[in-house]
Design a binder for this molecule. Structure first.
Ligand code: MN
Length: 197
């Protein structure tokens, strides 16, 4: 049974299509019209062994906020849809990921209950990468968590450069997600004593 999903979302602000295969090979084709976000999502797909296609356009002449948040919504929905009944998944995943001077920790519970804990403080002077406000990534992660039904903790232990900090986080997100979605042959049904997730 293929764990795949396609999601399309079009509003007056953005137009987004995403396709995800949880049992992929890390193949990606990403064009969000924000090159730095493409770079980040590529890292997530590659290090999560996820096949991910994203095509997104939006009112970036207004601000990057709508597009960033809506890309999070659509990828989150795709994760939730692809997981289906969550049979035999490991459910939990975590990753501590270095990127040069930066070190972050990402922990995931695919519990069905969205909750984001985001303990990431960018060092002084690191408010933007190119022309993207780094604060927008929190909105992205919240949208992702809400729409995937994912408890997501992101902690930055330390880091100097915003680009490296975000790289470490997105690689970690991919790695933690990989672990959480992995099928564990010895688990019967869904991994919950309640019998449902
Ligand atoms: Mn880079």
């Amino acid at each position: 049974m293929a764990r795949k999903a396609s999601v399309t979302r079009k509003t007056r602000e953005t137009d987004i299509k995403a396709a995800l295969n949880l049992d992929g090979k890390g193949n990606y084709r990403i064009n969000t019209s924000i090159p730095f976000v493409d770079h980040m999502l590529s890292l997530m797909a590659k290090h999560g062994h996820l096949d991910l296609t994203v095509h997104a356009t939006g009112d970036t002449e207004v601000d990057f906020h709508h597009l960033m948040e809506d890309v999070g919504i659509v990828i989150g929905e795709a994760i939730g849809k692809a997981l289906g009944g969550k049979m035999q998944i490991r459910r939990y995943g975590e990753a501590v990921t270095p990127m040069d001077e930066s070190l972050s920790q990402v922990a995931i519970d695919l519990s069905g209950r969205p909750y984001l804990v985001y303990r990431v403080k960018f060092p002084r002077g690191n408010t933007q990468v190119k022309n993207i406000a780094v604060s927008l990534f929190e909105d992205f992660f919240r949208a992702l968590s809400n729409n995937a039904g994912m408890n997501l903790h992101i902690i930055l232990h330390y880091g100097r450069d915003a680009h490296h900090i975000l790289e470490s986080i997105f690689k970690g997100l991919g790695r933690a997600l990989r672990a959480a979605v992995e099928v564990h042959g010895k688990t019967k049904g869904v991994p919950s004593t309640k019998g449902t997730l």
